[in-house]
Write a protein that binds this ligand. Sequence first.
Ligand SMILES: C[S@@+](CC[C@H](N)C(=O)[O-])C[C@H]1O[C@@H](n2cnc3c(N)ncnc32)[C@H](O)[C@@H]1O
Length: 248
Amino acid sequence: MSCFSSADESAHYGFSVCMLLDQYREQLRWEHEEIVELGTGDATAISDVVQALPGLRVRGFDISGPSVDRARANIAERGLGDRYAVELGDFFDQADAAGGERASTVISNPPYIPAPDRDILMPELWGGVHGNDLVLQLLKAGYDNVVTAVASYADPLTSVRTAEDLGYRVVNFLAMGLDFGTYSSEPKVREHIRRLCADGRGWAGDDEYMVAVALFTRNPEIPGDRGDQLLRALQVDPAPAVPAVAAA
Ligand SMILES: C[S@@+](CC[C@H](N)C(=O)[O-])C[C@H]1O[C@@H](n2cnc3c(N)ncnc32)[C@H](O)[C@@H]1O
């Protein structure tokens, strides 16, 4: 097992989370309750956020042992151990098991590498056949606010429409173009992405794609309904004439 490494992507995730938490500080109430994180990686991205936002407390989870070791070292080095804790294990098994009050906000740059199976460079980054399994799982987990990365090649239309069916609105988002990195460039993955995009399940250029970090909410006090704008920013038609081809 290795540790996720993609500087641009992590920086975009951290910056976007910081901006969204700051912008919606009152409504998200994170100064009054801890938030949780699926997939800390080495924790550098969110350490910067914890440093920038006094009063923010985060409990993160990662299934990768080396990532958790590195995350704990990075957090300790920055002196943030009292506000950013990381536990080893599957987020969905552990986040609610610790007892206490349930968090209302979850943040994540989740695994979203689409591939026919888990046998890829870093199996912990497998997002299922369409790449959006973890995003869908997060949306179905019952949090009021879900701040998550959404990748243009991982069937974002299904993610946004499923969110709407579950009562979420996209409040706002920050989108960025990214070059294919180590994980998307693996030939098996690259070929799979091509097929998904040809089948209408997303968008990717020859060597690039888009990622947006979006705030989905069910809180009526937070205005905004930007689902279609999010899809357009990801280069995806919000109302395709021909629906996506059913998975084989
Ligand atoms: C795309 S990386 C993001 C890491 C970090 N947040 C960043 O942006 O730099 C996704 C992380 O999620 C972790 N992960 C995958 N499935 C998980 C699960 N079910 N529960 C907790 N962590 C998980 C992986 O090990 C990986 O470190």
